[in-house]
Design a protein around this ligand. Structure first.
Ligand SMILES: NC(=O)c1ccc[n+]([C@@H]2O[C@H](COP(=O)([O-])OP(=O)(O)OC[C@H]3O[C@@H](n4cnc5c(N)ncnc54)[C@H](OP(=O)(O)O)[C@@H]3O)[C@@H](O)[C@H]2O)c1
Length: 238
């Protein structure tokens, strides 16, 4: 499939990776690009149509899918992250519920809402922004990490569900990306546009998974080792 002439809806498109997804879709010649945002009034990007969506709110998701009923490519990008002192900190359970509501249930909710409108003839696709922490254990990000692992598992099932309809499903794994989400971390970061280009390239060429940086590639490779990176991070270089 091609992004050219497609109709793309990106959740969490107000900034960061989501805005990069919306801009890149336009640059690739999409016929229409919807920016799914919580605050449409505050969004102004030439050629991009803001649509109100809060992925934690079922009514808002249903309403957005009704407005954008010509969508051919859905990008499940909206996500939140929070840190905590340890995986067993007092706030772990509340934090996990909050994060799952966006990063996990939000993906199911949104994909369900758009399922009926996605075309079945090979022109439809769903991109899901996951993370290297779908596989990497990072104790101060335990609820976030679990939400991405759960989303990874779920979208693998959605991929099989969509197979007969020839709707491509891409999972994007990446470590730190240079967005607001990581502004407090002084570490090497991937550029949003580079990640987004790899994700659209994968959808266009029929690949199912993007390992967008060295760390994600190394981690994925380690999964079949006797001691994978999630058991002992010391086996990883990146
Ligand atoms: N940055 C990284 O290092 C990194 C690495 C791997 C994966 N990711 C993933 O990439 C995705 C985008 O993250 P980012 O780095 O671009 O973060 P960001 O700059 O913090 O942007 C997050 C976006 O998600 C939106 N959002 C949050 N909750 C939402 C909700 N309930 N409904 C609708 N939109 C919501 C935000 O909207 P508002 O403007 O209204 O808050 C914003 O547009 C996330 O899924 C994140 O987990 C990021």
């Amino acid at each position: 499939m091609k992004i050219r002439n497609s109709v793309v809806f990106v959740t969490g498109a107000s900034r960061g990776l989501g805005l990069a997804f919306a801009r890149e879709a336009l640059a690739r010649g999409a016929a229409k690009v919807y920016a799914g945002v919580r605050n449409p009034e505050g969004f102004s990007e030439p050629g991009i149509i803001p649509v109100k969506i809060d992925v934690t709110d079922p009514d808002s998701v249903t309403a957005a899918a009704k407005i954008a009923s010509d969508v051919t490519v859905l990008v499940n990008n909206a996500g939140i992250a929070e840190i905590l002192a340890s995986p067993l900190a007092a706030e772990a359970e509340d934090q996990a519920r909050r994060i799952f509501e966006t990063n996990f249930y939000g993906v199911i909710r949104t994909t369900r809402a758009f399922e009926a409108v996605l075309p079945s003839d090979g022109d439809g696709g769903v991109i899901n922004v996951l993370s290297d922490v779908s596989w990497r254990a990072v104790p101060f990000l335990a609820p976030y990490s679990a939400s991405k692992a759960a989303a990874w598992s779920y979208i693998n099932n959605i991929r099989l569900h969509f197979r007969e309809r020839k709707i491509g499903v891409v999972g994007v794994h990446v470590g730190f990306v240079d967005t607001d989400l990581t502004k407090d971390f002084d570490v090497p970061k991937a550029s949003p546009v580079d990640v987004v280009r790899q994700a659209y390239d994968a959808l266009e060429t029929g690949e199912s998974e993007v390992l967008a940086d060295t760390g994600s590639r190394e981690l994925k490779q380690s999964l079949s080792a006797a001691v994978p990176g999630y058991i002992d991070p010391a086996v990883l270089q990146a």
